[in-house]
Design a protein around this ligand. Structure first.
Ligand SMILES: Cc1cc2nc3c(=O)[nH]c(=O)nc-3n(C[C@H](O)[C@H](O)[C@H](O)COP(=O)(O)OP(=O)(O)OC[C@H]3O[C@@H](n4cnc5c(N)ncnc54)[C@H](O)[C@@H]3O)c2cc1C
Ligand code: SF4
Length: 284
């Protein structure tokens, strides 16, 4: 296998595609390669090609979660989402760009079952073990997107700059369809370079998990208040990070038998998150 280390974004984008894979902190790429779920003849180390650091509302895609969680320029919801994610060691390696693109934690998928998302005929989780799975968008694949960070950024109304375009974060994601089973709209040779995260009036991120620390979200709820109203987004409830059109939209959830409890958790978290951003003073 070849390892390339381009020094700028254009060179990195040119080196991608044709089966090569971008490598940032490697906390997702390395385990996936070890398990044979990701194959690459060339790894393109993007550390020198992608911006890193925080300047006002701009965040380089190479910024680590550990850097984000302590920076006072970063809105509270994003700081909280980062500090509640993974372990300190993973947060000091894992970048925000890589976090947005992490794959599902569905064990059928991670164990290499020939399930629908892997190109097979059926979703094993729907008839099998699915306690951690989705309550929305789960028609074909019932996986639950594991990114706390993406839910916070969705609620905050973040936009992305890539090597090809600028887009709202919501447009980075798509529900997989029979024709295209990918969950993002990113091209194989496209890199996320930077995020723009507008400062909210107030924001928060709340997370329910099986352990008090270092666990993926069963449900994560982010809320951000802006002049345009309050935006809510959820983690752990759909194959992609999920924007919720108000608390009442939880009535439209389509839980599986084993995930109905998540609707009630989401209701409680959303209620608390809304109360927090309603009461918070401006500037957090
Ligand atoms: C045990 C464990 C627990 C975890 N718990 C949580 C949790 O509770 N909450 C949570 O939100 N996350 C959690 N994570 C996920 C973790 O935060 C991510 O693995 C990490 O942020 C990924 O960043 P990275 O830089 O290591 O990405 P990499 O592993 O380097 O890359 C991940 C993916 O993104 C692509 N990529 C990376 N950067 C870019 C870019 N700039 N442009 C285009 N493509 C890019 C890579 O090609 C790859 O497909 C956990 C991970 C582990 C292993
Ligand atoms: S939930 Fe998705 S990833 Fe998991 S078994 Fe079903 S199709 Fe595969």
């Amino acid at each position: 296998m070849e390892l390339r280390r381009p020094s700028n974004a254009d060179e990195a984008a040119a080196a991608l595609g044709n089966g090569s894979v971008a490598l940032a902190g490697g906390t997702e790429v390395v385990p996936l390669m070890r398990e044979g779920l990701l194959r690459a003849e060339t790894l393109v180390q993007i550390t020198d090609a992608v911006p890193r650091g925080i300047s006002g509302t701009r965040i380089g895609a190479g910024t680590t979660l550990a850097e984000l969680e302590v920076d006072p320029q970063v809105p509270q919801a994003l700081r909280e989402a980062c500090s509640l994610a993974a372990s300190p060691q993973l947060r000091s390696m894992g970048t925000v760009g890589g976090n947005l693109l992490q794959a599902t934690r569905c064990w059928y998928w991670r164990l290499g079952f020939d399930c629908w998302l892997h190109g097979g005929e059926r979703c094993f989780a729907k008839d099998g073990a699915h306690r951690e799975h989705a309550i929305f968008g789960n028609d074909l694949c019932a996986s639950a997107h594991p990114s706390d960070v993406a839910a916070a950024l969705l609620a905050l109304g973040a936009t992305l700059r890539t090597t090809r375009r600028e887009l709202p974060l919501a447009e980075l994601y798509r529900l997989p369809t029979a024709d295209d089973r990918s969950t993002t709209t990113l091209a194989p040779d496209e890199l996320i370079l930077e995020l723009d995260v507008p400062e909210p009036g107030a924001s928060t991120y709340l997370k329910a998990m099986d352990r008090r620390k270092w666990a993926f979200p069963l449900v994560g709820a982010a809320a951000a208040r802006t002049d345009g109203g309050i935006r809510i987004a959820l983690a752990g409830v759909a194959p992609i990070p999920w924007t919720l059109d108000g608390a009442a939209a939880l009535d439209d959830a389509t839980p599986l038998p084993g995930t109905a409890y998540k609707v009630e958790i989401a209701r409680a978290l959303v209620r608390r998150a809304l109360a927090q951003v309603d009461e918070s003073p401006r500037s957090s």
